[in-house]
Write a protein that binds this ligand. Structure first.
Ligand code: GLY
Length: 374
């Protein structure tokens, strides 16, 4: 558990009271669905239009955090009902991809940890077997997406490794951990750069694992620095260190953290979509800040270096001050998240469910609550 200075904890508690009001209203209004992007103050629902969508675990994740914090039964009931609806995705499975970790860590592993529900454990074990089935033993990576992306490794997938680490411990079967570590090592080799920044995607030859190409991903261009990708890398390598004790993951996380902290200070702690995009248009992605704050808090916990914790706090406070939405009649907590640099304009500068989720996770930590999530 991290030690949070008193003033920071007081601030976090004060914001938490606003969270309680907002989450109570949203739980009543959204209920059993899979919110994605809040357009004109209303979250779109992926449950009906794409049960396989990678973000479908974030809302139950938020509800489980609320349940852990306050013990309110309605959060448990709503989260469980969503988890049950996601069974259709496990049964249909062909539309699922690498992000099953995001989905079932938050929907089911949290449930299992908080309530010991055996169905939740079974669902998470089912999901991890699908994730392990994506492993390429020649290239030593978990392949991204479906269709023709047979040789694609992406930095976001570092977060899915938690499900493999959890399953290795839970089922006492180390092969899940070996797959996770192979993937982390391949990401280290092909995606992390010397200066602590990282690429989003590397295309490998799926027969041999040889590097073929580093294409542009969700950031500005090939060679640029998509901020959410940097945040996934920062948090992901920290998590890999926590589960394995391997110093190379901790060093990687520290290198990324130093780079991220230097860069974000230039933007008053509210990140652009890409640190290496042109100044205009100025596209912002608050979700990258929330994810990085969680990573920095986790790194601070293992490293003790105050700088990481201080930057995490500055980010969370800047996001809240500039982009927090505490109006209970509208959906979304943190405005100005952006799905991709070149993506759909309606997914630009709006609340996105993962931005809200990671803001809540960071705040929960700053309140001093101890909940193992990843
Ligand atoms: N697929 C994860 C992301 O868009 O950040």
């Amino acid at each position: 558990m991290i030690t949070v200075p008193h003033e920071a904890q007081d601030w976090a508690q004060q914001i938490w009271r606003k969270i309680e009001i907002k989450m109570s209203a949203q739980c009543g209004r959204l209920g059993v669905c899979a919110p994605y992007a809040a357009i004109n103050g209303r979250y779109t629902d992926k449950m009906t239009d794409n049960i396989y969508w990678w973000t479908n675990g974030f809302w139950p994740g938020m509800l489980w955090i609320m349940y852990h914090a306050g013990g309110e039964d309605r959060y448990l009931k709503t989260a469980r009902a969503i988890e049950e609806r996601l069974d259709a995705a496990l049964a249909g499975f062909e539309g699922l991809h690498h992000d099953v970790g995001f989905m079932w860590m938050l929907a089911s592993v949290l449930d299992w940890r908080l309530t010991s529900d055996k169905d939740a454990r079974r669902r998470a074990l089912h999901a991890v077997n699908l994730l392990a089935g994506r492993y390429n033993p020649r290239g030593r990576f978990i392949r991204a997406w479906n269709r023709d992306c047979t040789g694609w490794i992406i930095i976001d997938c570092m977060m899915n490794l938690s499900l493999l680490y959890w399953a290795a411990a839970e089922s006492e079967d180390p092969r899940f951990k070996f797959i996770a570590m192979d993937h982390a090592d391949t990401a280290l080799k092909f995606l992390l750069r010397e200066d602590g920044s990282c690429a989003h995607i590397a295309v490998l030859d799926p027969q041999s694992g040889t590097l073929l190409e580093i294409p542009a991903g969700q950031g500005y261009a090939s060679g640029s620095s998509w901020t959410r990708g940097q945040a996934w890398a920062l948090y992901g390598f920290t998590i890999s260190y926590c589960h394995t004790g391997e110093i190379r993951y901790r060093e990687a996380a520290a290198r990324i953290a130093r780079y991220f902290c230097d860069e974000i200070a230039r933007y008053a702690y509210v990140p652009p979509v890409d640190f290496r995009a042109p100044d205009e248009p100025r596209l912002i992605d608050t979700s990258a800040g929330a994810i990085a704050a969680c990573g920095l808090l986790a790194l601070h916990e293992i490293d003790g270096s105050a700088g990481y914790g201080e930057t995490a706090l500055k980010i969370v406070q800047a996001l809240e001050a500039a982009h927090g939405d505490w109006d209970s009649s509208t959906d979304g907590i943190i405005k100005m998240a952006t799905a991709q640099y070149h993506g759909k304009t309606e997914e630009r500068h709006v609340p996105l469910i993962y931005g809200d989720y990671f803001f809540l996770e960071a705040l929960n930590r700053l309140c001093g609550r101890d909940l193992q999530i990843w």
